[in-house]
Design a protein around this ligand. Sequence first.
Ligand code: FES
Ligand code: FES
Length: 380
Amino acid sequence: MKTLNLTVNGKGTSAAVEPRTHLADFLREDCLLTGTHLGCEHGVCGACTVLKDGRPVRSCLTYAVSCEGASVQSIEGLDDDPLMVRLRDSFSAEHALQCGYCTPGMLVTARDIVQRFAGQSLSDARLRQELSGNLCRCTGYTGIVKAIQRVLRQPEELPIASAPASTLTALQMDHYTRLPLEEGAMAGPAAAASSSDGDGRRIEAAFELDHPSEAVWRALRDDIQGTVACMPGLELRSVSETGEVDGVFHVGMGPISARIAGEGRVVFDDAACSGRVEGAGKDGGSGSRARGSVTFTVQDAGHGRSSMGIVMAFELTGALAQFSRGSLVQDIVRLLIEQFRVNLDARLRGEEAPSGKALNPLSLLWLSLRSRFRSWFGKG
Ligand code: FES
Ligand code: FES
């Protein structure tokens, strides 16, 4: 047994638990909070969804001991939450429940969606994707979608201040607990650094451009299609006025290649000259899934030059997960960023737009191995 100290629904709690006890059992059996339901107990149905430090998690996949020092909110802890009150009313008005077994998890997820998409118009199709990690056997989802849309349509009333800033605004990956993909500081000049958090990866890079920062920022912000075309392998199929994008990323290394199709969102912060692209998608061939974010910042480097910092955070699951492990991935990303720099520089000089085609997988592997051999044998 281990002693666990955490906050549950705002109250400090201490208990002795077995290391194998999951959070749902702890809430139901130790805290007697039976509003958290268990359906599949292996991360598929979403009935057990609760908030851990403000983010939705599957409590059946979360060990209680991993919540040491955390703040957990179950459906009971959201009784007086103003947004939850509105969602509950809306679920009743739109007949969004029958047996109610899925409803606690559905409401917790709905609250997260409303916070993340506050003030935006969200298509029913996209909303259903966001809800794809919560299964309902009874309703057919129509009432649930209507209930959430009803709340989303009144953004002026939404208390959005508590929305976690780094939560992905793209597809909610069903079956997977979310991995926090956090922004980070800019790396040194032309440097690329990588770090791993579980199966997630975070890579930072920075480079200088021989163009003023205002020109670089304008080019990035005013022509999303052109910016995306600078990144080898990335193809944008559509971009909405609110920054929602739909695209494909072709990536390959050696015998492995993938075509990851998905959706995402682009946001710009003019004041900070920074932007963020977040998205998630799936490779139809291997069934692998990817999600991640790219944060970029443009700064004045003096003498008419600018520096650009890039932080990439991503998570791969399935056969492609081998890309997220080992240092080769750092080489691949560094090559992609270097090619992005070359293409962006050409674009800023008014030269022909880059093709946006993927680098040849074998050449990518060769370039990576060549730079590795050079560094091993001191020829770099
Ligand atoms: S019980 Fe946790 S996802 Fe189904
Ligand atoms: S209302 Fe019965 S499972 Fe959703």
